[in-house]
Design a protein around this ligand. Structure first.
Ligand code: GDP
Ligand code: IMO
Ligand code: MG
Length: 428
């Protein structure tokens, strides 16, 4: 069976991009199924750092076709910028290796203004969105008034639909006292973008099904993470799509019978960007050491927004839940190298909520906000592990940490990464 799904097991930024790149080496296709340019996926190859927001990370491999699935919401201006940036870095991008679903939805400038306005209005209670217009675009999709990428194939109809939508939202933006959109300038920019993108827009569901039936393999690239899922995450502090494994079925149009591998990617500690509960969050020295100073591109500052990420100890309560929700067949742990230098490490094994023990997270936001982690302390290590190539190169304490996490989560850890570069993966 030819489908590998790569899922973020935490709150996003687990290192999905680098593991999608890893699995794409043995695939013919790679597909994004949810989200938009709220994602930021980093892959480092021989010192060259690629940052993908919309384009599936597998495109870095020759011969792999990248599919932007129907479940995505796409800002065409930012997509063209990203295509050009990747080309400047030497990556070939043409309709032969990049296909955009005609059913994917458009993010318009009005969605971005609505996102900004609503977040400002929420004040202290803001979600901490990436301000990319994601929520408003999905609202239009579910509200059956969205504009789909396929409409770009008829420029006149596309321009009409966009104009109607922008005028409709300008009235709302004005009513709410938010910034309004320059309709004429936006129309020009979007019609120009549509003209450039036309050759890439196709019916992808049947295209994909036919290739799967021939036995070709696809890597489905998760964006965001399990705890940001609109159903299964820490609602309302979530994104507006389904980043979990179920999202693949609807977001690319693949039947579950095709799936044979569901890989959860987790960082060896926890990070979260934006608002909402994070039981294992640390402040002070521990957080700073996990976050880094910002001098390295892999330090914990958002790829998309530059915001410092909240940092804390690994939370296996969430990982256990992630295993269940996604049906993980295996897990990968990233950034193991960052844990070098601690005498002791803590792992959250359960939560205490008002005197009751929870082995999986409570489903209501107020209970999750009151969750106090129950920690287990394990021995740390001081060795630099970034050159490790095999299990035998890892210190005993590192191996013990991995084994303990594996036992607590109930899913095999098949590999860990010890640095951001493509080759810095240790198979276990
Ligand atoms: P994604 O959104 O899940 O693809 O993850 P991001 O790219 O947003 O964030 C992960 C960051 O960690 C990136 O800067 C990666 O280059 C970096 N990274 C991934 N794996 C490792 C690792 O094993 N060690 C170190 N030091 N950095 C890593
Ligand atoms: P990748 O794919 C981390 C978070 C935002 C905010 C919430 C809602 O790089 O892991 P949105 O703009 O989607 O409406 O914001 O979701 N968020 C992410 N956090 N990594 C991401 O993507 C994220 N995409 C959205 O910070 O809390
Ligand atoms: Mg990211």
């Amino acid at each position: 069976m030819p489908v590998t799904i790569v899922i973020g097991a935490q709150w996003g930024d687990e290192g999905k991009g680098r593991f999608v790149d890893y699995f794409s080496a043995n695939a013919q296709m790679v597909g994004r199924y949810a989200g938009g340019d709220n994602a930021g996926h980093t892959v480092a190859v021989k010192g060259e750092v690629f940052k993908m927001h919309l384009i599936p990370s597998g495109i870095l491999h020759d011969g792999v076709v990248a599919i932007m699935g129907n479940g995505m919401v796409i800002n065409p201006i930012n997509l063209l910028k990203e295509m050009n940036r990747l080309r400047e870095q030497g990556i070939t991008i043409s309709p032969d290796n990049l296909v955009i679903s005609s059913r994917a939805h458009l993010i318009s400038p009005a969605h971005i203004e609505l996102d900004r306005g609503k977040e400002a209005e929420r004040g202290e209670d803001k979600i901490g969105t990436t301000l990319r217009g994601i929520g408003p675009a999905y609202l239009d999709k579910i509200g059956r008034r969205g504009i789909r990428m396929g409409q770009m194939l008829n420029l006149e109809d596309f321009a009409d639909a966009l104009e109607t939508s922008l005028n409709h939202y300008n009235a709302e933006l004005r009513r709410e006292g938010f910034e309004i959109v320059d309709v004429k300038a936006s129309m020009q920019a979007y019609v120009d973008a549509a003209t450039e993108l036309q050759p890439y827009i196709k019916e992808t569901t049947v295209y994909l099904a036919e290739r799967l039936e021939k036995g070709e393999r696809i890597v489905c690239e998760g964006a965001q993470g399990t705890l940001l899922d609109v159903d299964h995450g820490s609602y309302p502090y979530v994104t507006s799509s389904s980043p979990t494994a179920g999202g693949v079925m609807t977001g690319l149009g693949i039947g579950p019978t095709y799936v044979d591998q569901v890989v959860g990617v987790a960082k060896a500690f926890s990070t979260r960007v934006g608002s909402g509960p994070m039981p294992t969050q640390e402040e002070g020295e521990i957080a700073q050491r996990l976050r880094g100073t910002g001098d390295n591109y892999w330090d914990e500052f958002g790829t998309t927004t530059g915001r410092p990420r909240r940092c804390g100890w690994l939370d296996t309560v969430l990982l256990r839940y992630s295993r269940m929700v996604n049906g993980l067949t295996e897990m990968m742990l990233t950034k193991m190298d960052i844990l070098s230098g601690f005498d002791e490490l803590k792992i959250a094994v359960a939560y205490d909520v008002d005197g009751t023990r929870y082995d999986v997270p409570p489903s209501t936001i107020d209970a999750l906000e009151r969750a106090v982690p129950i920690y287990e302390t394990v021995q740390g290590w001081h060795e630099d592990i970034s050159d490790a190539k095999t299990l035998a190169d890892l210190p005993e304490a590192t191996v013990n940490y991995i084994k303990r996490v594996e036992t607590l989560c109930g899913v095999p850890i098949k590999a860990v990464s010890v640095g951001p570069e493509r080759h810095q993966v240790v198979n276990l």
